[in-house]
Design a protein around this ligand. Structure first.
Ligand SMILES: [Zn+2]
Length: 171
């Protein structure tokens, strides 16, 4: 999928949810898109799923995971809904899926996972808001402290924050 198409989907979702306050309220955004968002007992190796039935989507997230992880999962499943709902009606996201020997995944599947991850990071860390927060900061961004501060503001992992900043090319 063309990256411009992902950006336009992200922008449409953000626009419909504006004004955006931080941290991005991903659960209410998903609900505004018509999805149900529910905690599930998914077992230790599954982070979340998206099930679509009769056009109605339900996101289930693993209620035992950390809040930051759950937020990313909901954003990732929303990504599958916005980008891939014509391709399948069930997406199950296991942790460490790339490492698992028992469940080899196809290239198509891998691409969809990358796209959903990218969608999630764009939704949770919108370009405009990242830029504004960077401008507000006194501390050096190229420090652990800077990334930790931003990760807290956006309520994402420091890894996700650091990747997003890299991708946006603000360094
Ligand atoms: Zn996925």
């Amino acid at each position: 999928m063309n990256i411009k198409l992902i950006h336009s989907k992200v922008n449409a979702v953000l626009k419909a949810a504006s004004p955006i306050t931080l941290p991005v309220d991903i659960e209410s955004i998903a609900k505004k898109r018509g999805l149900d968002v529910l905690p599930y007992e998914l077992g230790p190796d599954v982070s979340g799923l998206l099930a679509i039935k009769d056009g109605k989507g339900t996101i289930g997230y693993n209620s035992t995971e950390t809040r930051v992880r759950r937020r990313f999962t909901i954003a990732h499943e929303l990504g599958h809904y916005e980008l891939h709902k014509e391709k399948s009606d069930l997406f199950v996201d296991k942790q460490f899926i790339y490492r698992s020997q028992n469940s080899p995944i196809t290239v198509d599947h891998q691409i969809m996972e990358h796209e959903a991850n990218y969608f999630a990071s764009c939704i949770l860390m919108p370009t405009d808001q990242v830029r504004k927060e960077l401008e507000k900061m006194d501390i050096d961004l190229v420090s652990e402290e800077g990334i930790k501060h931003l990760a807290k503001v956006f309520e994402v992992s420091t890894t996700a924050m650091s990747l997003r900043i890299d991708k946006l090319g603000f360094f």
